[in-house]
Design a protein around this ligand. Structure first.
Ligand code: 2PG
Ligand code: MG
Length: 514
């Protein structure tokens, strides 16, 4: 092919002329940089490659990381993974080979990205998030990544009879997504980052890009960006820690801060005051931390934990500005219709089992004795009656985590029955960015609060920080102000606040309105 034929084939003369004309019109001081950027912009928006690998999450358990390539570059995202999982959430795909990573490997999910998903997405425009997500959902073939029946093993193993059903290996045999929610989510988030990068804010340079949170705002049709209040975990219990504290997390909400930066400072200072308080009472052993960075002293009751937090808050001088939230995670200690607050204690006796009504009374007393403004999962995930009753008392924000499992049908039911008044959204439970946006809209339409949440198994991916701002969700729960995978989210919110400058709005007192 001659030079002329090559130029004609690619319409190069016209494209170069357009770029030069644009540079002249802009009177740019650096025409070469301008022209190269201009040329780059005319390259089609297209996914060129999707490559996954297995990495480890913050608990040292494998998870899926994806590198998604477009003509603009490479965009990386990774899927978090939780301790609580249930039959209504999108199911992550694990290898199940007990000889490798104790069965937790994700090589099948990685292969699904590298083969099936990659083949389906190459050539697609990364700005078309909903089409990308739909392509994966269609490919998955299971209803919303919900479980698919697979009869590869005996239905019930004798030993499973003694486990709570949701923990039983029984479910593993039955509920498997075709591609794996871990595979789909990582690709969905990477595509979202790639989509943002397609939207250059100005022609003059590479670094004026549309940030991820703004791209998410556009995808969701949201025009009011805001910085969420962080729910910092201070004390860990329940499944997260080896102490006898039944509830999973005692958190603080810096609702009186003026900016996110100040909120983070308040959280960090309180955390370190608490360390000193615990250290004095329980020795330095008491300062070991749970899954999401909260301290895990050897305490047995909620009040003991709340007293420690109250004392730490008292030392900060922020008493009026900090409120308390708890994640009870009551499904964990519900036995039939009763609640066993001593479930972790070696000397437990069923004498101490509480009824749903007893639990309501306990919560009422706690809310009047401590500045508690939010309670997550106060009852078992199937105890809709007590959830409704408690929520209707209007004592505090009632957050549905296990109750809802980020599942659209359960959110709709909870809205109809007023079983809670805030959604805890875990992106990997719903499975794609598009569905996460839809579920947040559902909750907002019901005038609920929305908390976008970490998982216990986190990665250094800060996607949920941008998601909160882009969707103007008023609360983020990302663990303690400690540990890299938790701080990845909080530090990203600092950057976003700086980026927004005068436009930055920290929700503060309006934290319940999402
Ligand atoms: C919760 C979450 C996050 P997990 O219960 O709110 O903290 O826990 O990811 O372990 O399910
Ligand atoms: Mg929870």
């Amino acid at each position: 092919m001659s030079v002329q034929e090559y130029l004609d084939k690619h319409a190069l003369s016209r494209k170069i002329e357009d770029a030069v004309n644009a540079a002249v019109r802009a009177k740019t001081p650096d025409p070469v940089l301008f022209i190269s950027n201009h040329m780059k912009k005319s390259v089609p928006s297209m996914i060129t490659k999707v490559k996954a690998r297995q990495i480890l999450d913050s608990r040292g358990i494998p998870t899926v990381e994806v590198d998604l390539y477009t003509n603009k570059g490479m965009f990386r995202a990774s899927a978090p993974s939780g301790a609580s999982s249930g039959m209504y959430e999108a199911i992550e795909l694990r290898d199940g080979d007990k000889g490798t990573y104790l069965g937790n490997g994700v090589s099948r999910a990685v292969r699904n990205v590298n083969e099936k998903i990659s083949e389906a997405l190459i050539g697609m425009d990364p700005t078309l998030q909903s089409q990308i997500d739909q392509a994966m959902i269609d490919l998955d073939r299971t209803e919303k990544k919900e479980s698919q029946l697979v009869f590869t093993r005996p239905l019930l193993h004798f030993s499973n009879l003694f486990l709570p059903l949701r923990e039983s290996a029984f479910w593993e045999f039955f509920f498997q997504s075709e591609l794996g929610a871990n595979a789909i989510l990582a690709v969905s988030m990477a595509a979202c980052k790639a989509g943002a990068a397609e939207k250059e804010a100005c022609e003059c340079c590479f670094w004026h890009l549309v940030p991820l949170y703004k791209h998410i705002a556009v995808l969701s049709g949201n025009t009011n960006l805001s910085l969420p209040i962080p729910a910092f975990t201070l004390i860990s219990g329940g499944k997260y820690a080896a102490n006898f504290l039944p509830v999973k997390q005692i958190m603080i909400l810096p609702i009186g801060a003026r900016q996110f930066e100040e909120a983070l400072q308040m959280g960090s200072e309180t955390y370190h005051h608490l360390k000193a308080v615990i250290s004095k009472k329980y020795g330095t052993d008491g300062c070991s931390v749970g899954e999401d960075g909260g301290f895990a002293p050897s305490i047995t009751s909620i009040r003991e934990g709340l007293d420690l937090v109250k004392e730490a808050i008292g030392r900060t001088g922020y008493s009026e500005k900090l409120k308390i939230a708890i994640d009870v995670d009551a499904t964990e200690f519900c036995i039939g219709t009763k609640y066993d607050l001593d479930f972790k204690s070696p000397n437990k006796s069923d004498q101490n089992f509480k009824s749903g009504e007893d639990m309501i009374n306990i919560y009422k007393e706690l809310c009047s004795d401590y500045p508690i403004v939010s309670i997550e999962d106060p009852f078992d995930k199937e105890d809709w009656e007590h959830a409704k009753h408690f929520s209707n008392l209007g004592i505090c924000q009632v957050v549905g985590d296990d109750l809802l499992m980020s599942n659209t049908k359960r959110i709709e039911r909870a809205v109809e029955e007023s079983a809670c008044n805030a959604l805890l959204l875990k992106v990997n439970q719903i499975g794609t960015v598009t569905e996460a946006i839809e579920n947040v809209k559902l909750a907002k339409d019901a005038h609920w609060g929305v908390v976008i949440s970490q998982r216990s198994g986190e990665t250094e991916d800060a996607f949920i920080a941008d998601l909160c701002v882009g969707l103007a969700v008023s609360q983020i729960k990302a663990g303690a102000p400690c540990r890299g995978e938790r701080l990845a989210k909080y530090n990203q919110l600092l950057r976003i606040e700086e980026d927004l400058g005068d436009q930055a709005v920290y929700v503060g007192d309006d934290w319940r309105l999402s």
